[in-house]
Design a protein around this ligand. Structure first.
Ligand code: SF4
Length: 495
């Protein structure tokens, strides 16, 4: 954080940064009453906003079918579209870089920063830059990356990760943000007035755009036919990052390409309504290259870094390819009962919630992320709201299977395939299968199990320890069941 406007305070240590600790993180998050209440009210708000735009279920379904078919079509032609995109961009003067891994992407950033003598970059919101941990990697080389999206700026100031892909600081209350600004920013008295807090952030960030040599942004969609990078946003910081510094570096995943500009419009309509319940965003940026001769504004260099980082693995496998249809709207998170209770930080990954649980195993491998696909009740709410028809519960089930079992013959194994394999569990299932094939032994095992239940130690009765048997009389269920029985046994009436 820039010493010019911050106090010399150490940033808070980052919580919840490892998906291996997901279960412990979740327990800690569930015990945090403040966190749960912040998320509950934020999710209710976002659900209501989305619902206000998709009141007509048939219209939503029709638009969703269009969005899904565009994403499927684009992925089916992915290699071809990426080549076309690169050719168009190069024609327009954009320098295209390919990165297989986060390390390669960071090396490209570092080389560009060194070539331009940059010690500071200003950054618009980009989840892919979070994925490669750009800020931390650049800081190791003395280069500061300053977040300019207000939510990202707040979490950077707090030394945290974003907890939501659209609203990074959604876990923070305005009182916490007021205290953070008062602690970290020079000459800033405490306030919890939202407009004043935004004005403070704007004042601090304004001069940074002017002074930075490099502006960094993400990309929402790339159009192969025209060589256009589309960036949508509400705060205007994205436009500042992509136009004020002399060099603009965009980074995105390889899956974001579509063939034609007309493909962007239905996806844009689905994205804004699903993400923040807006018909349109305040800014729609279509970037087509560096400043041309005679133009006064814009960067003199534009670079695009296309990151793979496990996406090819998902693309190659027909079962997992739908994962890449995602347009990063966050609706699945907003409607997930697990995410609403534990928040985004507990996942320990860049992408939390249902989308994180299906994409992170490809980005990081199944070994460290094996618990994430189990963080779902499989209620299906995520698939119901997904604007591009991703079958999230099916993908979760496939990942659970892949974590426990070797790849099927003829299938390439995923990174970390079968890393959660447990011989005791495998043995138990084989025994279960055998019992089901031998009814006499099955009945004997059930009878034994009933008798031995009394021996269950109290600390192992987890599921029943916190539940009382349903009192049928108390909820009137017994009467309703009896009435139903009487109705069923009564002869049909003939008039
Ligand atoms: S999986 Fe679907 S609902 Fe979730 S972020 Fe992606 S597009 Fe949105």
């Amino acid at each position: 954080m820039t010493a010019a406007h911050t106090r010399a305070g150490a940033a808070a240590p980052m919580r919840f940064v490892d998906p291996r600790h997901f279960k412990a993180n979740s327990r800690e998050a569930v015990d945090d009453a403040q966190l749960r209440s912040s998320f509950r009210s934020a999710m209710d708000f976002l659900q209501a906003r989305r619902a206000s735009h998709f009141g007509d279920a048939a219209a939503f379904e029709a638009l969703r079918r269009v969005g899904e078919s565009i994403r499927r079509y684009s992925l089916a032609k992915l290699p071809e579209l990426l080549e076309q995109l690169e050719a168009r961009l190069v024609e327009r003067g954009v320098q295209v870089h390919w990165a297989q891994t986060p390390a390669q992407a960071n090396a490209i950033f570092l080389a560009l920063a060194r070539r331009h003598g940059a010690t500071r970059m200003v950054k618009g919101k980009s989840m892919v830059s979070e994925e490669i941990e750009l800020n931390h990697r650049m800081a190791e080389h003395g280069i500061e990356c300053l977040e300019t999206d207000m939510g990202e700026y707040i979490v950077q100031l707090a030394g945290e990760r974003p907890s939501h892909i659209i609203m990074p600081a959604i876990h923070k209350t305005r009182q916490q943000i007021g205290a953070l600004f008062a602690d970290e920013l020079r000459d800033t008295p405490y306030t919890d007035d939202v407009d004043t807090l935004i004005a403070i952030g704007r004042r601090v960030l304004r001069s940074e755009f002017r002074d930075a040599a490099i502006g960094v942004s993400g990309v929402n969609f790339m159009v192969a036919e025209t060589g256009t990078l589309v960036l949508v946003e509400n705060e205007g910081n994205g436009r500042m990052c992509t136009t004020v510094p002399d060099v603009h570096v965009a980074i995105t995943g390889i899956e974001k390409v579509v063939e034609r500009f007309e493909h962007v419009l239905p996806l844009f309509a689905l994205l804004t309504r699903s993400a923040t319940g807006q018909a349109v965003t305040t800014y729609f940026n279509a970037i087509t290259g560096p400043r041309r001769a005679g133009e006064l504004d814009g960067p003199s260099e534009v670079h695009l870094i296309l990151l793979d980082n496990g996406r090819s693995q998902a693309w190659r496998d027909d079962d997992f390819r739908p994962t890449l249809q995602c347009i990063r709207c966050g609706a699945c998170m907003n409607h997930c009962p697990v995410y609403a209770r534990i928040g985004g930080l507990a996942y320990g990954t860049t992408y939390p919630g249902p989308i994180g649980s299906i994409v992170s195993p490809h980005l990081l491998g199944l070994d460290p992320t094996r618990d994430l696909p189990t963080a779902s009740s499989l209620c299906g709410a995520c698939a119901e709201v997904c604007p591009v028809g991703i079958p999230i519960p099916d993908l979760l089930m496939q990942l659970r299977r892949a974590a426990k079992h070797d790849a099927a013959p003829g299938h390439a194994p995923l990174a970390g395939q079968a890393s959660a394999k447990d011989w005791r569990e495998a043995l138990a299932w084989r025994l279960w299968a055998w019992l089901n094939e031998h009814p006499a032994w099955y009945r004997l095992a059930v009878a034994l199990g009933r008798r031995l239940r009394a021996l269950t130690p109290p600390w192992q009765g987890g599921w029943t320890a916190h539940r009382k048997p349903l009192r049928l009389a108390a909820c009137g269920l017994r009467e309703r069941m009896r009435a139903a029985e009487r109705r069923e046994s009564a002869p049909a009436r003939v008039d």
